[in-house]
Structure formats: C-alpha cells, structure tokens
Design a protein around this ligand. Structure first.
Ligand code: GLC
Length: 526
C-alpha cells in the first residue's frame, strides 16, 4: 500500500464548467452536466480528481473569477443541492473534488464591496484597497492592470480610487485587514465542511502587496522571460503590486486551516513565476501550499532540449520532500494542439503522464481540441476585448462529446452554445475517438490505466538519461522504467533495450531501439 497522499499519486482533470455539459439547454454548461459525465472521467478516461473553475454567484465579468458570493452556486450552474449531489457522486467513484478559491479579489457586486463603497467610514471600507487620488487627480500610483489600463478605478461617490489588478469589476481585497482573512476563511470552511478535497488558489502570489503601495520600476524593454503578451503590464518590474513576502504567512495560515481537516485537504496555487527560487518558496518548509502549479512546460518551445531543461530546473527547484506538478493546457492559454501542433499530442500525453509529479489535464486536450479562432471584436473574454490577441475564448469552447446536435454539449432544441464549437467537432469528439483504437483518447486511456497500476510512475524517482538529439529520455524508479520521447518528425536510433510497455502509436511493432517520428515509448526491463 502506498503511503503517499492522494494528491501525489492522482491525475487531475480541469473542467471549465461553462463548457463541459449543458443539461438545461441555455447554452452554458452546469454542475448536473459534470455529474452526468463522471463515469466518462472516472472509468472511460480514468482520472482520479477534478478541479472545477469557479461556479459561484457572479456577474460573469471574468466568467466567474469575479465572485459575488463565495458560498453559493450561480443559478446558471445549478443549486447548492446540485453541488452536494456532484460531490457525493465524485466520492462514490473514489475520486476527489478540487474547487477554485479566488482570494485576491471579489466582484464589485459582492455585498462586502457594495458596503465598502457606500461611504468612507463604512466598517467594511478597509476590506478593500482605497486610496486618495494623486494631487493631479490621477491614480495613487503607477500600477497597471494585468488586463490593461491603470490598476485603479475612481469612485465618484466617495472620491477615492480602489485597487483592481484585473478588471474594474474585480476589486482587490485588503488581506492586511484581519477581518478579511477571517471572513474569507469562514467562507472557505463552508466548502471544506461540505467535504471538498482541495482548493486551487487563483493568482496565489498576487494577494499580498507592498503595504506602502510604492510605484513599480518601469522597464526599458520587454523581459525575454515573458511568454504571453500582457501589453503595458509587461513594461514594469512587478516589485510591489504582487509577490510580497507576507504571502508566506498567509499560506501558512491557509495550510493550518486545511490541515485541521480530516481526511487530508489539498491546495495547489496558481503561481506564474519564472524565478525558480521564488516559485519554490511557496512550498515553504512544506507548510505552505501543497504544490505551486508549474507552468514551465506550457510555455516551452516544443523541443526535446527545451523540455528537458525545464524538467531539470523543476526537479532541482522542488525542495526535499516536496512534489512537482506539471500542466500543458488550461483556460488561460491557447490550446496545446494548436500551440505545439497536433502531431505532437501523443508525445505530449506521454510526457505529462510519466514525469514525477502531479499532472493536470485540461478538458478536451485528450481529444486534441484545437484553438478556435475568435476575432478580437467577437471576444467575450475581458482580456481579449482589452488586448487584441490576448483573448481566451478560443481555448474555452464546448466539450465535444459526439456528433449529435451541438456535439452533445447541450440537449436537442437548446440555445446556441455560449461559444462556438471547433470546426472539426463532427469528427473530433469523444464518441468518434472511442471507436478508434489509435486515437489520442485511446492513448490517454492506455496511459492513465498504465499509470494507475504503476507504483513506479506514481512515486518512483526521476533521472534524465542520455539520448540522441531530438529525443528526451528519462528513467523512473531507479531505472525500473525508461521513457523515451521523440520530439522530431524523423526516426531516431536509440541504444535502449527492454520490452515496450506502451507506444504512443498504440500498435504492436514498436521496438525499444528505435523511435519512429513523434513516437514515445515506455520501456520495461526486458
Ligand atoms: C487567474 C485565472 C484567470 C482570471 C484571473 C483573474 O489567472 O486563471 O482566468 O482571469 O485569475 O481572476
């Protein structure tokens, strides 16, 4: 029996609830839709945990990342009873449920903010970050929003600015006020008491800012380390508007709260940092976040050398006793099938599911759903509207289940889905790929089932091994398994021997000494 905690041996599947399955016919996915598809997740696919992006009451200015009530279900997604039914059904299948926790900001329609905004001497005024205008009436400092424009919005009624790191409808909470921490922890306990198994912490390192709100230094050039365009935001060194060292005390408190529950509750933080030391600091002495998300593969060029370098950096950065995490796609980045190229998806699947660490798989990536092009003027995403090219609608299109009406996303007679399906939905869907023994979905099923029965893949150590150019190879479990991945379109000769346990080609002619173009192998001792 493994003594490892569940979050080290499982595989997480991320669900964007608007886009998974619509049971009401309003064109938007819902919680009963997730419940309906649990057998697909637990049995057909074989993942062990799901993370659901926000489903709380929200005006949907940032599609749920603007929370108006942390202890409710938006009617669009169902009811609290639907949530309880879902949670029970997840647990009945031996799976875990992770919810999104959005501590940095609430909606401006949250009752706390409505009160805070109502007058300068309201008791909740200090629950948010309010400041006087500069002498010329401009914002209090030079911080800019990650979605464009100043990170401050002027409130006519009380004559001050409030801080909003994302949209103007997302007001940053003031975590330096202990009442905020108390209220937010109370709301979190609402879900922990119901039995949720873990939280994904939204923009986890943004929460604590410089208490003096000093100006960020302006840069003369866009840093080379930036992989995704955030416009003007990229032209500052973000010394003061996020990443304050006081985050660590906060996450020790979060961890203590989670640790006060039995069975064990888990946290994984969204931490976009390219400085490995700072990134790893969020493990604390293994007393802060259980895991920081590691986005390095997601932003990597698709070459064996680049991927190998990044895995080495992660392995070196994770503290002793800590556990890595890997992710290739999510609701904020363009679809991997388009980013890396569809021919690379089988190797990407094997990479994600054989490295040492917790993998998170984004819904639809098991089918290689491509990015759907949606022109800037049609983008619903606030980021896409404020910065052309940055839109995230294209990676949030409805899940494609079969070739019936709307790809099986919504029932017959339903309203058009909130975003269009991809053009190839009639051929690229779960039903079609289940019929094809060599589809990407079949590969995911094979890999997940292999991993499920392999203690070596779940827990064994990781070592990179020498391989020809274009191939990235490593062993797991002190050499018990060798994984060899061909990142190129040509055949590579390998010096390996043994028995092929899985080939990404899913045929029976694979050989341990040769990698066909874009082939990945799991090799057992022969
Ligand atoms: C996180 C979410 C993203 C959201 C932002 C603001 O980065 O992943 O979708 O827009 O936080 O809440």
């Amino acid at each position: 029996m493994s003594t490892q905690p569940w979050w080290q041996t499982t595989v997480v599947y991320q669900i964007y609830p608007r886009s998974f399955r619509d049971t009401t016919g309003n064109g938007i996915g819902d919680l009963p839709g997730i419940t309906e598809k649990l057998d697909y997740l637990a049995t057909t696919l074989g993942v062990g945990a799901i993370w659901i992006s926000p489903f709380y009451k929200s005006p949907m200015a940032d599609f749920g990342y603007d929370v108006a009530d942390y202890t409710s279900v938006d009617p669009m997604f169902g009811t609290i009873n639907d949530f309880d039914v879902l949670l029970d059904a997840v647990h009945e299948r031996g799976m875990k449920l992770i919810i999104d926790w959005v501590p940095n900001h609430s909606s401006d329609e949250h009752p706390w903010f409505i009160e805070s905004r109502s007058s300068r001497d309201n008791p909740k005024r200090d629950w948010y970050v309010w400041r006087e205008p500069s002498p010329d009436g401009s914002p209090p400092n030079n911080w800019v929003s990650s979605f464009g424009g100043p990170a401050w919005n002027y409130d006519d009624h009380t004559g001050q600015y409030y801080l909003c790191t994302f949209t103007k409808k997302q007001a940053d909470l003031n975590w330096r006020n202990p009442e905020v921490q108390e209220a937010m922890f109370d709301d979190l306990m609402f879900w922990l008491d119901r039995g949720v198994d873990g939280i994904r912490v939204d923009v986890a390192h943004y929460v604590m800012k410089d208490p003096r709100l000093r100006d960020n230094p302006r840069l003369t050039a866009r840093p080379m380390t930036i992989t995704k365009d955030h416009g003007e935001y990229d032209m500052f060194e973000h010394l003061y508007d996020k990443g304050h060292v006081d985050n660590h005390a906060l996450y020790r408190d979060v961890r203590a709260l989670l640790d006060s529950y039995q069975p064990e509750r888990f946290s994984i933080g969204e931490i976009h940092l390219s400085d490995w030391e700072e990134w790893a600091s969020y493990y604390g002495d293994l007393d802060e976040l259980h895991l920081p998300f590691n986005f390095s593969l997601l932003h990597s060029p698709w070459t064996a050398a680049d991927i190998g370098e990044r895995v080495a950096a992660v392995e070196a950065a994770v503290p002793a006793g800590g556990w890595p995490s890997y992710v290739l796609g999510n609701h904020d980045d363009s679809r991997i099938a388009t980013r890396f190229g569809e021919q690379h998806m089988p190797v990407a699947a094997m990479l994600l599911l054989t490295l040492r660490g917790l993998p998170t798989l984004y819904y639809g990536d098991e089918l290689a759903i491509p990015e759907r092009f949606i022109p800037a003027e049609e983008q619903l995403d606030p980021h896409g509207r404020s910065l052309p090219g940055a839109g995230r609608d294209g990676c949030r299109t409805p899940m494609q289940w079969d070739n019936s009406h709307n790809g099986g996303f919504s029932p017959h007679g339903a309203a058009a889905p909130w975003l269009p399906l991809t053009d190839d939905w009639q051929d690229r869907n779960v039903a079609e790929q289940l019929e094809d023994p060599q589809s990407l979905l079949s590969l995911y099923r094979t890999l997940l089932s292999y991993r499920d029965s392999s203690a070596v893949l779940q827990s064994g150590d990781y070592r990179e091994v020498d391989a020809p150019d274009g191939c990235f190879a490593f062993t797991r479990g002190e050499g018990s398994l060798t994984i060899a991945l061909n990142f190129t379109d040509v055949t590579l000769e390998l010096g390996f021997s043994g028995k092929v346990a899985v080939t990404t080609y899913l045929d029976d002619v694979a050989a341990p000494g040769v990698l066909r173009p874009n082939e990945g192998l799991i090799i057992e001792p022969g």
